[in-house]
Design a protein around this ligand. Sequence first.
Ligand code: SAH
Ligand code: SF4
Length: 374
Amino acid sequence: MTTNLLDLDLDALAAFCERLGEKRFRATQLFRWIHQRGASDFDQMSDLAKSLREKLKGCAHVTGLTAISEHVSADGTVKWLFDVGGGNAVETVFIPEDDRGTLCISSQAGCAVGCRFCSTGHQGFSRNLTTGEIVAQLWQAEHVLRQRRGDGERVISNVVMMGMGEPLQNYSALVPALRVMLDDHGYGLSRRRVTVSTSGVVPMMDRLGQDCPVALAVSLHAPNDALRDNLVPLNRKYPLQELLAACRRYLDHAPRDFITFEYCMLDGVNDQPEHALELIALVHRRAADGGVSCKFNLIPFNPFPASGLRRSPAAAVSAFAQLLSDAGIVTTVRKTRGDDIDAACGQLAGDVKDRTRVGERMARLRTITIKPVA
Ligand code: SAH
Ligand code: SF4
């Protein structure tokens, strides 16, 4: 079996090249060809000696994922469904904005956490993605979109690990993938522009702080343990006070001086003024008393059929945001992007085992305008 070079961060590629009798700078050249120029054919890599190219052909390859579909929303959001074998598929979403291009990447096929409001969670866990499968989502999106634009400019400026799966439950594949994103010879993204979102896997938050402290978003969704136990089952293992303590520890390493708390707004469940007040009391004390420096990102719930939950009315969301802001907590409401192509938060299912559902979704998708990216 030959090695897929998308599986390797630069140190691992250097070790790989060393085993072929090559110096580290050759690995750097190879890495730049792959990630900065999107090359997969060794013969294209003109500044590598022919002998090395021949050696590589015998033991390595650069292989991305097979796209099952690609849809472009009216607002420019692009969603790919990628086949990862065994009847599983994962979704990747590109969100263009005026000043940045954000790629939302999946870390697992399915998810074992099983949050009540999340379509991926309802689907259950299939398997962890490999480093190469995580990196391939960025590699493909960047180079496909760049080629389409045709100006040679970088397209993706930010990455959020907010697609399908719990990234901190796939830690050993995640960290090398993050290193490829951060590497100056790779995508050169700063630590502030790469965000890992977690439902609160406390021990792995500590490890991430040590190994690769990128920006952290924590999916809070509830101001007390009783409600959070119900919405995010992982809370039974790592309850709120432990989670907040881990957030405070992470801040010693984080590239920003705050943690982003995500809060999915569910009608009548967690969106009442008393919930906002309880949240303020929870996070807004002095650190010594259990508080944590944070911002809030309120996400209006994106419904899917099996959830039995409803999106909070806009007035409830703005009243909630106002209460947090009045208490001095910077609060934003996430704009829903790409909902005409089911690309919004929590709508990523990507399960091709369930042909009927996918068939239904595809039928709906076919009704939207598919246009080339400008
Ligand atoms: N597993 C990680 C990252 C993926 S989910 C996590 O839970 O943080 C990314 C964000 O989308 C999380 O904050 C998640 O709670 C939120 N989300 C999930 N389902 C949603 C839905 N149906 N509507 C709105 N947001 C949702
Ligand atoms: Fe998993 Fe995140 Fe969905 Fe919860 S919200 S089920 S942790 S992907």
